[in-house]
Design a protein around this ligand. Structure first.
Ligand code: PEP
Ligand code: MN
Length: 346
């Protein structure tokens, strides 16, 4: 259920509604908008109905949330997209975020060098995997703890916030020491215990769409994180499996406007994993930005030909500044500007 407060509702009235919801064992998720506060009540519907909140002081109306996902639904924040702030960088709303870095952390030079490149080109966050989900168990699985140490060093040197993947609940503590955003990969989108765990951690999450998942399943996965009281979730379209074999995955760009219609959460597009080919990354990024994506997560490497994984799709670090320039123009078409530190638009 959703309790819409009156524009003039006082803080005491809001708190009293929250207390009453929690007294019957439901969880209250207040969302304080510019005009009104909306309180999502998640729990036994009958118990919340019996509270008779309709008519309580400060309450405008009580309405059911019709979608199976509640906290992720656009209904709970009418006309108010969520803006997530990571160390002064805003994601969502009118901001366009450029998240970039290598597929995997390999060496100190590769990691720190790329972080400098990303920063100089106006990137907002630095990505790099220390734990890698690989199709083959014989392939390089990531540097693990040593990779996290290099990411921490890259952050200390450049000040760039870090996005890195968590695959296994047992690694959450060391990852939380380094990550500003936890990435949940496509293969783990429906790992519900992992989702609840990152929800409880409170760390912002970049949730990738499983390559055989519907948008509703993606939003239900986001709901697992939000339900734990973590509001900082970004959705990521990274390509889905279709019958087409000419490229690695099919980038579903329709997901961008549709997710924005269904949800208030920021939508990021990953052109690298969708394409699997470097030459497709720019056109897909331009299309994603023009379609209204809130940002791009893209792979960049100083020497992609020697990269341990995903070499064919990683952009050359030397070409990155020009790439950002082009994508920024497309984002402007959709009314967004590259987000800089301190929320400044640059
Ligand atoms: C990645 O970002 O490096 C990655 C493995 O992505 P995905 O989970 O989308 O395949
Ligand atoms: Mn990769």
């Amino acid at each position: 259920m959703m309790i819409v407060m009156k524009a003039a509702a006082t803080e005491e009235e809001i708190q009293s509604v929250i207390d009453r919801i929690e007294e019957v064992g439901a969880r209250a998720h207040p969302s304080r908008g510019e005009e009104v506060t909306v309180i999502g009540a998640i729990g036994d519907r009958e118990h919340v109905m019996r509270l008779g909140l309709e008519g309580a002081p400060g309450v405008e109306q009580v309405v059911p949330i019709l979608k199976p996902y509640k906290l992720a639904s656009a209904q709970i924040r009418p006309n108010e997209p969520s803006v997530i702030e990571i160390e002064g960088r805003k994601i969502g709303g009118e901001n366009f975020s450029m998240i970039a870095g290598p597929c995997t952390v390999e060496t100190r030079d590769q990691t720190i060098g790329t972080a400098h490149t990303v920063k100089a080109a106006g990137g907002s966050l630095f990505r790099g995997g220390a734990y890698k989900p690989r199709t083959s168990p014989y392939a390089f699985q990531g540097l693990g703890q040593e990779g996290l140490r290099l990411l921490a060093e890259a952050k200390a040197e450049t000040g760039m916030p870090i996005v890195t993947e968590l695959m296994d609940q047992r690694d959450i503590e060391p990852i939380l020491e380094v990550a500003d955003v936890i990435q949940i990969g496509a293969r783990n989108m429906q790992n519900y215990t992992l989702l609840a765990e990152v929800g409880r951690s409170g760390c912002p999450v970049l949730l990738k769409r499983g390559f055989s998942s519907t948008l509703e399943e993606l939003l239900m996965a986001a709901e697992y994180i939000l339900k734990e009281g973590n509001p900082n979730v970004m959705l990521c379209e990274r390509g889905i499996r279709t019958f087409e074999t000419a490229y690695r995955f099919t980038l579903d760009l329709m997901a961008v406007p549709v997710l924005k219609e269904l949800s208030h959460l920021p939508v990021i597009v990953d052109p690298s994993h969708a394409a699997g080919r470097r030459d497709l990354v720019l056109p897909l990024s331009l299309a994603a930005a023009a379609a209204g994506a809130d940002g791009i997560i893209v792979e960049v490497h100083p020497h992609p030909e020697t990269a341990i994984c995903d070499g064919p799709q990683q952009l050359y670090a030397d070409d990155f500044a020009e790439y950002v320039e082009r994508v920024q123009q497309a984002a402007a078409v959709a009314g967004k500007a590259l987000a800089g530190v301190g929320g400044d638009l640059i």
